[in-house]
Write a protein that binds this ligand. Structure first.
Ligand code: PAF
Length: 288
């Protein structure tokens, strides 16, 4: 695996690979790589000839009171994992390469339609930071395919919309959430949990499964708006009882991320909840 820091070197590498007819895969990450990230790299390797993974902890997507400073940075272990996975190039840009005049002066990419609710409501400006950095990275790497995890369901939808609206010549692929044995979605933020919080954390996915099960099996005809609202209220109460501080628990139409209605067949349940100061997110998609 080669490690690249400079944009010029990255562009030369990509140009050379493309001149040999190679299809470029890209996996943008913020590092602290776990099996979920490695699954994205493996998916990219299975459909592309040359895979670039980036590690950049993007300050623009963190709010003022969020965990930018303590976000885990584990570069040497990350490199080992990428080599083992067969990743070809690691791109490691510096903050002043990405935002040379600082965050405030930098041009922003904003996707208004899918970013108002859910994580967008709880973390104002977060998705503008994500879409801005992903656009910059797409322009630098020029991938044919980019792979993102479905754990960040709203992020994936927002990036797909951005790529479509801006006619970006890249196919955006999603990879199913990779889970620990007890069902907890893998996330770099799981490392913030203490032992007792870690035990409780699995209850987030169990609650999502219970709601999904009820949606699929408890209604003789299709669930209606009041049923969705009741299921959301029940789930929030259960999470609170288990020791979480729920942020949101929303049953939505999978394609619009708007509240589900009786007409929707493709449904996603989106959840975010705090254990102490750690914010966990997860989701389940079902067909009714
Ligand atoms: O999902 C992430 O790790 C980040 O939001 C991403 C896509 C790498 C952009 O910084």
């Amino acid at each position: 695996m080669i490690t690249i820091q400079r944009e010029k070197e990255l562009r030369a590498t990509i140009r050379q690979q493309k001149s040999q007819g190679k299809r470029i895969g890209f996996v943008p990450t913020m590092g602290n790589l776990h099996d979920g990230h490695i699954a994205l790299v493996k998916q990219a390797l299975s459909i592309c000839d040359y895979v670039v993974t980036s590690i950049f902890v993007n300050p623009l997507q963190f709010g003022a009171n969020e965990d930018l400073d303590k976000y885990p940075r584990t570069l040497e272990a990350d490199k080992d994992r990428l080599v083992q996975a067969g990743n070809h190039a690691l791109f490691l840009p510096k903050t002043d390469q990405i935002y040379p005049e600082g965050l405030d002066q930098h041009t922003k990419v904003v996707v208004p339609s899918l970013t108002q609710d859910h994580c967008g409501a709880s973390r104002p400006g977060h998705f503008d930071g994500v879409t801005t950095v992903v656009s910059i990275l797409f322009n630098m790497v020029q991938p044919d395919v980019a792979v993102f995890g479905q754990k960040d369901f709203q992020q994936l939808a927002v990036i797909r919309k951005m790529a479509q609206d801006l006619h970006m010549p890249v196919t955006v692929e999603g990879h199913p959430t990779v889970r620990e044995e007890d069902g907890l979605a893998m996330s770099s933020r799981n490392g913030y949990l203490d032992a007792s919080q870690r035990k409780v954390a699995t209850f987030l996915y169990q609650t999502l499964q219970q709601t999904a099960d009820k949606l699929q099996n408890s209604f003789s005809s299709k669930p209606v708006n009041e049923d969705f609202a009741q299921l959301e209220t029940d789930a929030r109460a259960k999470l609170t009882e288990a020791g979480f501080r729920p942020d949101y628990y929303n049953i939505v139409a999978s394609n619009t991320l708007r509240p589900a209605t009786a007409d929707d067949k493709e449904i996603t349940i989106l959840a975010a909840a705090y254990l102490g100061t750690t914010r966990l997110i997860d989701n389940i998609s079902i067909t009714l």
